[in-house]
Design a protein around this ligand. Structure first.
Ligand SMILES: [Zn+2]
Length: 273
């Protein structure tokens, strides 16, 4: 599933492809994709794209007149940009035809079709309402992070992926952040001492910014079909030697999610409760 770093690079690379382009047509090819009824999609036709934004794991396409089209790619979705003359495949859920003869399409293979879209006008609250702090924004201060932790007794892995607390971090980058902070995914948030809170707070933007750079180096200006993850330290590396200490990376299911960690570097201290 794309997470904050993937979506930041997607946002940057999609922007020059759509800004100042006018919408020629829209088509929903998978009925479950569109979650809103009003305003009707036809409202987009004739409007100019003003920008691309991101909030948490949502991608926001911004149009003239305050319309925003919000996309959540979920697990397997991706964005395709290419000539409108290419016939859409069965995996195409949605297409936006632009006045330069190009399409922006939401593609998802497989039978599940989990990617979703919303068209919203003005200040109407969308699915991004209620998301927690943006970890790359100036608002993500140590004090704000302390507030997030305050009164909670949550395992760190579960806490980091809770979109209502901090937005944009998923399974992969929660593992990477905890490795960077040298903290066990099993640790409970209320057991952290001051130094550990500072370390974890710092590791969040540091890890995400590092990942954005790595992804950008690999993709250049292209759009991804699969997330680029070959540079990660622990996630997806179960059984392989830790790049720091050589211990094989271990994997457990935590809250139903694959959690990868180094049992030595992250000093696992399995809780009794
Ligand atoms: Zn290690």
């Amino acid at each position: 599933m794309p997470e904050l770093p993937d979506l930041e690079v997607l946002k940057a690379n999609l922007t020059p492809r759509i800004v100042d382009r006018t919408v020629r047509g829209v088509e929903v090819r998978s009925p479950a994709f569109l979650k809103t009824v009003t305003p009707p999609l036809a409202e987009l036709v004739g409007r100019k794209a003003m920008g691309v934004d991101r909030r948490g794991k949502y991608l926001l396409l911004l149009f003239q007149g305050g319309l925003r089209f919000i996309i959540h790619l979920m697990r397997w979705g991706w964005i395709w940009h290419g000539s409108s003359s290419y016939a859409p495949t069965r995996a195409t859920l949605f297409r936006l035809a632009l006045d330069d003869g190009m399409d922006v399409r939401v593609i998802e293979s497989g039978s599940q079709r989990l990617a979703r879209g919303w068209l919203l006008a003005g200040d109407a609250p969308g699915p991004e309402a209620g998301l927690g702090l943006e970890p790359l924004d100036p608002e993500f201060t140590l004090e704000a992070f302390r507030q997030v932790l305050s009164g909670k007794r949550r395992q760190l892995k579960r806490l980091l992926v809770d979109q209502k607390l901090i937005a944009g971090i998923g399974n992969a980058y929660a593992d990477e952040i905890l490795f960077q902070a040298r903290l066990s995914p099993f640790r409970y948030s209320h057991t952290l001492d001051d130094g550990e809170v500072v370390r974890l707070h710092q590791a969040i933007p540091d890890t995400l910014r590092w990942a954005i750079g790595e992804i950008r180096n690999r993709l250049g200006g292209e759009l991804f079909e699969r997330e680029v993850r070959d540079f990660l330290w622990v996630h997806g590396r179960v059984g392989k030697p830790c790049r720091v200490c050589g211990t094989p990376i271990e994997e457990v299911l935590l809250g139903g999610q694959r959690t990868d960690y180094c049992p030595l570097c992250q000093n696992v201290n399995r809780p009794l409760t």
